[in-house]
Design a binder for this molecule. Structure first.
Ligand code: KIV
Length: 272
C-alpha cells in the first residue's frame, strides 16, 4: 500500500506545511536505532523522533532528566543510518539549552554530529530568543508545549496541563510567541482535546499531539508503548497496535492508517 522507498520524495518542512494546509494528517514515531527507524519509515511514518524518552525505555531511568547530549547524539546518529526519506527530529536533552548560546551550540552538534534535521525543545515563551537564534542559524525547531517531561520535578509529577481557561490561554499565547520567533512545528503533550483544537486553528505551523486528542495535524507515540514493550503501565493515551498483527511492520502500518483516517486517538485515549 505504501510507495517504494526508492521512489519516495524526502519529507521536509515544506511537505509537513502542505499536509497541514490540505488537512492531511501525518504520523510521527520515536526510534532510537537504525533498524527500528528503517522499519517505521518503510511502514509510512513521515517523521522519526529520537526522543529523550530513550532515558526511560532504553536506559531504564525513571525520568528523562539524566539523558545527556552525548546520549542524544549517539542515538540520533544510529537512527540517521536507518532513515532515507523520513524527517529526522531529535530532542535537546535536559539543560542543554539553558542559555541561548548553549542552545545554538548543542543544536548544531545534534545536526552536525547526529544528523538531525530538526531539533525539539521543551518550554514556552522564555525560549523565544533561543528559537529566534536557532532559526537565524538555519536550525529548524519544534516547540514542545503542555506537559514538559524534563520539568517533572518542578511540576511535581506528570500532570495534564491547560485544564483551566487561564492556563489554556497561556499555552496558546506561548505557542504563538514561539511561532513568531521562528518555530517550524509545535508539539503538545497531555492537554485537553478542546484546547488542542483551538491551538491547531490558531497556529499556521503544523501541530503534533500526544495525549492531546484527535484535533491536531499529526500524532506521535513512543514506539515501545505502541508495540506494547514498555515496562510497567502503558499510558492511557497510547494503544497497543501490535495486538492482532502478525509483524512489527503490520503494527506500524496499522498505526499510520489509524492516524491518517482519524480513527486514532479515539475517545478512550483522551486524557481529559
Ligand atoms: O521524548 C519523547 O519521546 C517525546 C514524546 C513524548 C513526544 O518527547
Amino acid at each position: 500500500m505504501y510507495q517504494e522507498l526508492s521512489t519516495r520524495k524526502p519529507i521536509t518542512l515544506t511537505t509537513l506545511a502542505k499536509m497541514k494546509r490540505n488537512r492531511e494528517k501525518f504520523t510521527v514515531l520515536t526510534a532510537y536505532d537504525a533498524s527500528f527507524a528503517a522499519l517505521f519509515e518503510a511502514a509510512g511514518v513521515e517523521v522519526i523522533l529520537v526522543g529523550d524518552s530513550l532515558g526511560m525505555v532504553v536506559q531504564g531511568q525513571s525520568t528523562t532528566v539524566p539523558v545527556t547530549m552525548n546520549d542524544m547524539i549517539y542515538h540520533t546518529r544510529l537512527v540517521a543510518r536507518g532513515c532515507q526519506t523520513a524527517l529526522l527530529m531529535a530532542d535537546m536533552p535536559f539543560a542543554s539549552y539553558a542559555t541561548v548560546e548553549q542552545g545554538v551550540r548543542n543544536a548544531a552538534r545534534l545536526m552536525q554530529e547526529g544528523g538531525a534535521q530538526i531539533v525539539k525543545l521543551e518550554g514556552g515563551s522564555a525560549l523565544a530568543e533561543t528559537v529566534r537564534q536557532l532559526s537565524r542559524n538555519g536550525i529548524p525547531v519544534c516547540a514542545h508545549l503542555g506537559l514538559l517531561p524534563q520539568s517533572v520535578h518542578k511540576l511535581g509529577g506528570y500532570k495534564v496541563q491547560g485544564r483551566e481557561e487561564a492556563a489554556a490561554q497561556q499555552i496558546i499565547d506561548e505557542a504563538l510567541v514561539l511561532q513568531e520567533a521562528g518555530a517550524d512545528v509545535a508539539l503538545v503533550e497531555c492537554i485537553p482535546a478542546e484546547l488542542t483544537a483551538r491551538l491547531t486553528e490558531a497556529l499556521d505551523i503544523p501541530l503534533i499531539g500526544i495525549g492531546a486528542g484527535p484535533n491536531c495535524d499529526a500524532q506521535v507515540l513512543v514506539c515501545y508503548d505502541m508495540l506494547n514493550i514498555t515496562r510497567g503501565r502503558r499510558p492511557k493515551f497510547s494503544k497497543n497496535f501490535l495486538a492482532g498483527c502478525d509483524s512489527l511492520q503490520a503494527a506500524v502500518e496499522a498505526y499510520v492508517r489509524a492516524v491518517k483516517s482519524g480513527e486514532f486517538p479515539g475517545p478512550e485515549h483522551c486524557i481529559a
